[in-house]
Design a protein. Structure first.
Length: 234
């Protein structure tokens, strides 16, 4: 089974899944790290670099626990939850949209967190790197500079009460920054996710203790591959 933690074309959805979800809800599902199926419907993807590759911004111990325990745990539980259900024949992005529509909290939370973390680790592969091309122009048009965009994301991350994520999304032809609680991501709203930063405590507490904003600021400045983010802009 091939697992792609990078941008790939929007998936081809099955007739049954497309009827169930509707084309509008699938508009934002552009990041799909799962293509084939094995005994377990959803395969836990490999980390795209060594556990110590993000030092000193994120320690190897944090990566080991975050990836090896939390991220893996979402996949393990999701594979149990979907056994014998239509979800098992869907892509991960389809499961997220369908479970949200059905108010199936257990499936949604684990599927969304699996997907969220796939994107999270992919954000840092090849980084840090500055934005280029059309995306760089859009950042300058809307925020004047990358540093201002980063500051706005830090501010939004600080507003998330408790656990959650801060997201940079494409909404039509505009950039938007949103903070969402718990596992919620912008996919069910039909938005294109460009970047996601984890503000759950397990993402930063070993390295930054209660200094969440310092963590978000550091990863945005020192670890994000903005060229890869820009590739998702299109």
């Amino acid at each position: 089974m091939e697992t792609r933690p990078d941008l790939i074309p929007q998936p081809a959805f099955s007739r049954r899944a497309a009827l169930a979800l509707g084309t509008a809800a699938l508009a934002g599902a552009v990041f799909k790290p799962h293509i084939a199926r094995a005994a377990a419907p959803f395969a836990f993807p490999p980390l795209p670099y060594a556990e110590d590759a993000l030092v000193p911004t994120i320690s190897a111990r944090t990566v080991g626990l975050h990836y090896g325990k939390h991220h893996k745990g979402y996949y393990d539980k999701l594979n149990v939850l979907v056994q014998g259900k239509p979800y098992a024949d869907m892509s991960l992005t389809e499961v997220i949209v369908a479970a949200r529509k059905a108010n199936d909290a257990d499936v949604f939370n684990n599927a969304a967190q699996a997907w969220n973390h796939d994107l999270y680790w992919a954000n840092f592969k090849g980084g840090p790197a500055a934005p280029t091309g059309a995306f760089a122009q859009q950042v300058e048009k809307e925020f004047q500079s990358l540093s201002i965009l980063q500051r706005r994301m830090v501010e939004q991350g600080d507003k998330v009460f408790g656990t959650g994520w801060v997201w940079l999304v494409r909404d039509g032809d505009k950039l938007d920054i949103v903070g969402l609680k718990d596992a919620i991501n912008p996919l069910p709203d039909g938005k294109t996710v460009l970047l996601g930063i984890d503000v759950w405590e397990h993402a930063y507490y070993l390295d930054y203790e209660n200094r969440r904003t310092a963590h978000v600021e550091a990863v945005l400045k020192d670890r994000v591959n903005w060229q890869a983010v820009g590739a998702r802009w299109g």
